[in-house]
Write a protein that binds this ligand. Structure first.
Ligand code: FMN
Length: 180
């Protein structure tokens, strides 16, 4: 499969088979993420993987409630990955002060998508999860203050039977050469 075919066939997965994911496969996804580029090569990422059913269940029970109940589907995923960023790295602080850009968030997005695409190549489904409370998740996971939780990923074997059409803006609507 070409890279473009892989990207065309990937979909977010929110329904999973009740089948564990081998840690070797999870670590292959981490490896793809580890090799991602980052601003000043600071590699701010840490991957906290919840694959223990009890720990995952506790996390889901405490975090996907109230306003965040719509994310309850993620409790079905055999693996949740917390994408953590090391905060206040000097290079990021200086960069942000000068340009106003939060480079670490770009870094985290790139690494997370490397993870997602490697998972897709391995036949694993994923979904980014932004709809949760970082403060609450931090308390559940008892994170040291130097880490910020940027996103979650659900990971597992897809239980989706039909492939949804890929809805994207047309290239002509999002790309211009030389002037907008
Ligand atoms: C940063 C980010 C956060 C997201 N958060 C959620 C979420 O909280 N819940 C959810 O169901 N999907 C979430 N998604 C998945 C998007 O809804 C999905 O990628 C988009 O609708 C396109 O669909 P596709 O991934 O199947 O192509 C998120 C995606 C990204 C990139």
């Amino acid at each position: 499969m070409s890279f473009l075919q892989l990207v065309q066939s990937r979909r977010s997965v929110r329904r999973f088979l009740d089948k564990p994911v081998d840690r070797a496969l999870i670590l292959q996804c981490v490896e793809a993420a580890r090799l991602a580029p980052s601003a000043e090569n600071v590699q701010p990422w840490r991957f906290l993987i919840l694959d223990d059913p009890q720990i995952r269940q506790k996390f889901c029970d405490e975090n996907f409630t109230g306003l965040y109940r719509v994310t309850r589907w993620a409790a079905q995923a055999p693996v949740l990955v917390a994408l953590l960023a090391e905060k206040d790295l000097l290079a990021n602080r200086i960069g942000k002060q000068i340009t106003g850009i939060h480079y670490y968030l770009i870094d985290m997005g790139i690494a997370g998508e490397h993870f997602v695409l490697q998972a897709a190549e391995l036949g694993l489904g994923t979904c980014w999860i932004g709809w949760f409370s970082p403060d609450k998740a931090r308390r559940t996971l008892q994170l040291p203050t130097k880490y910020e939780i940027v996103s979650l990923l659900a990971l597992g074997y897809s239980a989706d039977e039909a492939v949804r059409p890929l809805k994207r803006k047309a290239q002509a609507d999002i790309c211009r050469f030389n002037s907008l």
